[in-house]
Ligand binder design. Sequence first.
Ligand code: NAP
Length: 498
Amino acid sequence: MSSKICVSIGRGRHKHMIAEHRHLVEQGASLVELRLDFIRRAVNLKRLIADRPCPTIVTVRRSQDGGRWEDREDARQILLRSAIADGVDYVDLEMDIAGSIPRFGKTKRIVSYHNFQETPENLEDLHRQMTELDPDIVKLATMAHHPQDNLRMLNLIQSSGVPTVGMCMGEIGTPSRILCGRYGAPFTYATFHHERALAPGQLSYRQMTQVYDFEQITNDTKLFGVVADPVAHSLSPLIHNAAFQHLGMDCRYLPFRVPREDLTDFVQRQCGELGVRGLSVTIPHKEAVLPLLTDAAPAVREVRACNTIVFDDPNRNGFNTDYSAAISSILAVLGESDDALKDRDALVLGAGGAASAIARALVDRGARVKITNRTSARAQQLAEQLSCRWIEWDDRHSFVDGILVNATPIGMHPNVDEAPFKAKVLDRKTIVFDTVYNPEQTLLIKEARAHGCRTITGVDMFVRQAAMQFKLFTGQEAPADVMRSAIHRAIGAAQIAS
Ligand code: NAP
């Protein structure tokens, strides 16, 4: 039986709660939690549940469990008993009160435990105690500080004799919310809107259905993901999942927030246990994963950074698609042969990970590369590694003709009025390549175009590097246009929201 999505509704007014409940059912929701602790006036329970359009959980959460109930405890328990007497489908009873509220009628009992501090050592003990409180369903929601908390939670769900909904909270816990159904949880929780999460790390109903297609995840679903810290801003889950859906592939791509100290265990052990077959790797882990690879493509060894791992048990093969995507973006504009870069001048702004991959790719194709960076020492260091030249940041406008690459975040949203370079000093034959992809039309790109230069945008590179990862992960050609549309939609939506 497939797992469902329970959408939590927390609104201050009855009429808004009822309207959201109806709206959700129209959108396809089949289970809803009404968080009565959000109602600001006296709760009119009958009004909320009499004509409920789908099975409903009634929850009245105390502040100590992350809720908003501030009235007396006996009033709260009377409300819960009334919900049972009125025959609501489910009632949520915290484990310390579950023993004092008896089963009655058809109402199913969710016995719950919340811990906003940690995923405690005695999680398994707590779960056993909860199973002794006459539950139909046990619910555990604990804060994750380490990705292994997710695995503990998921393994607990799988081994439980009583249906268990287990989720880790916080950004680190997001994979447990997406995967709990695969481990046997009868449902997961989502929020009505992504900006109104009722618990940390909660995804919206829309994200759960449209990005992750939660209800269709099974044991056969192949898993991929991006490992980063933080990860919530990453657009990679959107574009990879859009590509999987477009091709009808039973695959999902998840966001894994992994702190530096947990990276080794995550890559070497947890990915195997979870069944993750491929990872995108991004800030701050691109270098730190190098010792964890069993094999590395030449670009990884040259750039000393890896942005893609393919798991082929027992091997962990590393690739650098930033390197290949940068070159293919430039060659697409030059429209010329493989040696089109030979003896061309290039100036790379920045000396971080992206600069290093792009500069290396340019040097390898015979371009005459100069590096410049706000911190001169880093420019000098990278130039030494690549056997190329560097110039002071203040001298960058001495460059007039060739390929100009911005590999700094200057011009990135919200600082859209900034540009790292005055395009008007450039010769019109210059190609301007801005790696910033949000927005796509940066000030640098706009000014360069207005000046008559050819341009390459960060979206172009981003889609190419993701499409190359997709091919490495699945062996199939990626639907690059679908990925491009997904990123355009996401960038547009982010700008409208802010
Ligand atoms: P990184 O390793 O942190 O390096 C950042 C670089 O930008 C450093 O050289 C830093 O100089 C410089 N920088 C930062 N803020 C600056 C400022 N206000 N003024 C001048 N220089 C500044 O980051 P990264 O991974 O290389 O990423 C850099 C950019 O590339 C980001 O905008 C990212 O979005 C983009 N990128 C795009 C793609 C794509 O597919 N389109 C892929 C990867 C990265 P210091 O050394 O002085 O700190």
